[in-house]
Ligand binder design. Structure first.
Ligand code: MN
Length: 260
């Protein structure tokens, strides 16, 4: 077939929970119905890796047996960068990161390796989805896999503005009990950080981050509110960290009298 418009779309699938994660497998199966999917995912659990890249040591890629693709040592962003540069035969039409086990709503985007991988795709001009099941202990990825497929088809058909990622969080409910999709802004509610102090068998103290990651919504149109109301929360996020309003004020608030 020479008609490029009729070929199956190509999707790069990655995550931050590691290549053995059931969320990755669920996304692979759902997306394979509509696209040629190549998996490039971390060998180990890398949640919280955000946009970490590995410098100063070799990256090794091992071919997978059960799915087409590779597992790569180290981080989700390493996976995307290496996939786009070296492992894939061509540029994918879409990068999907997930399905993460646990919420990446609100300010969790700043820590999330799931979101980091999707942002890396956006940085090089490939549309991307980050998808998370907003429950750390819920094993059923069926509804979130269906959500992943639906939104992947939308983005493949309609594209995304340059530098944009859709950050998608799915409440842990059966498909029939999802209330629908809601276009949201990122919740800015504070995380409940709490480090539990324990002692190791030799009596030396250590600390374990144990705070709740259940965010409370603050305004009606934020993602945390949508999730707690039973909606799939879709937040358009961007690689551009410029504060638009402050930029628009021209800098006089801080730079007056400094020249320039
Ligand atoms: Mn994770």
């Amino acid at each position: 077939m020479t008609d490029g418009a009729s070929r199956r779309p190509r999707v790069l699938l990655t995550n931050d929970d590691g290549v053995r994660s059931p969320g990755l497998r669920a996304a692979y199966e759902a997306l394979s119905a509509v696209a040629d999917v190549t998996v490039v995912a971390p060998t180990e659990q890398k949640s919280g890796a955000s946009h970490t890249i590995t410098l100063g040591q070799p990256l090794r890629a091992y071919a997978l047996g059960e799915m087409p693709g590779y597992m790569v040592e180290y981080t989700p962003v390493d996976c995307v960068k290496l996939a786009l540069d070296s492992l894939l035969p061509g540029r994918p039409d879409l990068v999907v990161s997930g399905i993460n086990w646990g919420s990446n709503a609100g300010n969790l985007v700043h820590y999330s390796g799931t979101v980091g991988a999707a942002i890396e795709a956006a940085l090089v001009g490939v549309p991307a989805l980050a998808v998370s099941l907003a429950c750390l202990r819920c094993p059923d990825f069926g509804p979130s896999a269906r959500v992943t497929r639906v939104l992947a088809e939308r983005v493949l058909a309609r594209g995304l503005p340059a530098g944009t990622v859709l950050n998608v969080n799915v409440p842990a409910r059966p498909w029939e009990e999802l209330k629908g999709f809601r276009w949201c802004r990122q919740s800015l509610s504070r995380l409940q950080d709490d480090y539990e102090r324990r002692e190791d068998p030799r009596g030396v103290p250590y600390y374990w981050l144990s705070g709740s990651l259940d965010l409370q919504g603050e305004v009606p149109d934020d993602d945390a509110t949508a999730l707690s109301s039973g909606y799939v929360a879709v937040v358009p996020i961007t690689i551009d960290w410029t504060h638009r309003e402050l930029f628009g004020r021209g800098g006089a608030d801080y730079l007056d009298g400094l020249g320039g």
